[in-house]
Design a protein around this ligand. Structure first.
Ligand SMILES: Nc1nc2c(ncn2[C@@H]2O[C@H](COP(=O)(O)OP(=O)(O)O)[C@@H](O)[C@H]2O)c(=O)[nH]1
Ligand SMILES: [Mg+2]
Length: 198
């Protein structure tokens, strides 16, 4: 994918504030601090399109970006950060389910997982919603530079088993080495150009 232009479109919490769904859309989801912003910035060749921060969990908005004037990239709010107020936490599920069930131009959700961690209940919930609403998931396992080859294989098996998916469905990535960048773009492009299924 040759990224020529990226522009911030808007932030929203509910459908009446979403931008028009005229272009195919790819959304990114994952636990706070999993490396979601880092992945997006590497994919878009940007230093800081979406802010990477050491105080995770504050973003509770759905952020829409236009890429090449051809498709929409959506940064979904991170989940699972302990310090987020309960009231904010309670909004996450309905906000996600509303977006996933109503966004007709949504073609793929990139679900990001940490190679060193067991997927959480919220990761599994995301995957269940994607299945329920027929949105194809793209599973990206990030921070792969932090583990050895042996550990990677062991953790991949554990992650696949916990999510009840095949190991082959996992895309390995590192924001440091940029490993996996091209393969992830190929998979995203394929799904963005796929005919609507739902
Ligand atoms: N070593 C390493 N660190 C990463 C990687 N991706 C993200 N990080 C670090 O993990 C922290 C959280 O990353 P960020 O992209 O802000 O996560 P987000 O909260 O999911 O958007 C930051 O300190 C990043 O520098 C990676 O692939 N490898
Ligand atoms: Mg972030």
């Amino acid at each position: 994918m040759l990224v020529k232009t990226t522009e911030f479109i808007t932030s929203a919490t509910r459908p009446s504030h979403y931008p028009p769904g005229e272009m195919p859309e790819v959304a990114f989801a994952g636990r706070s601090n999993v490396g979601k912003s880092s992945l997006i910035n590497v994919l878009l060749n940007r230093k800081n399109l979406v802010r990477t921060s050491s105080t995770p969990g504050r973003t509770q908005l759905i952020n829409f970006f236009g890429v090449n004037g051809a498709f929409m990239l959506v940064d979904l709010p991170g989940y699972g950060f302990a310090k987020v107020p309960l009231a904010v936490k309670k909004q996450w599920g309905p906000m996600m389910e509303t977006y996933l069930s109503s966004r007709e131009n949504l073609r793929v959700v990139v679900l990001i997982l940490d190679i060193r961690r067991v997927p959480t209940a919220e990761d599994r919930q995301m995957l269940e919603w994607l299945r329920a609403y027929s949105v194809p998931p793209l599973l990206v396992v990030t921070k792969c530079d932090k583990v050895s080859k042996n550990e990677r294989a062991r953790q991949a098996a554990l992650i696949a088993r916990t999510l009840e998916v095949e190991k082959e469905e996992l895309h390995f990535f590192s924001a440091l080495s940029k490993e996996g960048k091209d393969a992830i773009w190929v998979a995203i492009e394929r799904l963005l150009s796929a005919p609507e299924t739902a």
